[in-house]
Design a protein around this ligand. Structure first.
Ligand code: 5GP
Length: 235
């Protein structure tokens, strides 16, 4: 497979074309951002950790019948993905009170929710990724009623699978953000990544094993991601 022209550069990844029009070459970057890109730091080693963690998670989801864009990992920092058009939604699923949910409702972090809660955010750096509801998603022409229902159903299914994987390595899945894309056949499939960059994970002692270490200045991000990868590789 030949790496082609740069198609897109995001906050943590670069996407390149390949000699197959349905395949993109993804390179993870040693970059961490917070506050919608206002805070940006280079963190050596983060790209390899995220790429490896996300590859393992997507492989496991593929094996459980979840349709994803993941094809294969080709180096510690790179993977091949099926080309999709990303749906401009950040789909957040919460199992416990934390982060912006705790802040919005003035709650302490930690409580386990009776049922998982799904939220949509409109992917727009210019607008600071606003919180939106189903009617907004429909109005903006992002997805139809049926597609919204499917996205929620798929997100709940993904939650059950990844919750079990994280629990098997003694990590409590607090919440996560995922993204979906439309492939050439028009199917909506899981895309982007599943890593501690976009997932809150707490260990048995309540330590943050995710990007909150960076967001809240709690220590070495790569030490924590390294531990998550080490545990995952043992499963
Ligand atoms: P919150 O809304 O509480 O800040 O985030 C909820 C979950 O979604 C957390 O696991 C967080 O990591 C993830 N998340 C939300 N927005 C973003 C984003 O813009 N980038 C990344 N990497 N993760 C996000």
């Amino acid at each position: 497979m030949q790496k082609g022209e740069l198609l897109y550069e995001g906050k943590a990844k670069k996407l390149y074309a390949t000699d197959d029009e349905n395949v993109v070459w993804v390179e993870h970057l040693d970059q961490a951002t917070a506050l919608n890109g206002l805070r940006k730091e280079q963190i050596i080693g983060k790209s390899a950790l995220n790429n490896q963690i996300s590859s393992i998670m997507f492989e496991k989801l593929n094996a459980k019948g979840i349709k994803t864009d993941f094809i294969e990992m080709i180096s510690k920092t790179e993977q091949l993905n099926e080309k999709v058009e990303i749906i401009p939604l950040e789909v957040v699923l919460r199992n416990r009170v934390a982060g912006s949910f705790a802040k919005r409702f003035g709650l302490e972090e930690g409580e386990v929710l009776r049922n998982p809660i799904i939220e949509f955010y409109y992917k727009s750096d210019a607008l600071d990724d606003p919180f939106i509801n189903d009617e907004h998603v429909k109005y903006l022409g992002i997805a139809t009623d049926d597609e919204i229902a499917d996205l929620k159903k798929e997100t709940l299914k993904i939650n059950e699978i990844v919750k079990e994987i994280w629990a098997s390595i003694d990590l409590s899945l607090v919440d996560f953000k995922i993204e979906f894309g439309r492939n050439k056949a028009g199917e909506i499939i899981l895309a982007d990544e599943i890593s501690p960059d976009c997932t809150r994970l707490w260990d048995k002692e309540g330590h943050h094993m995710d990007k909150d270490v960076f967001r809240r200045n709690l220590g070495s991000l790569t030490d924590v991601y390294d531990e998550v990868l080490r545990r995952l590789q043992g499963v």
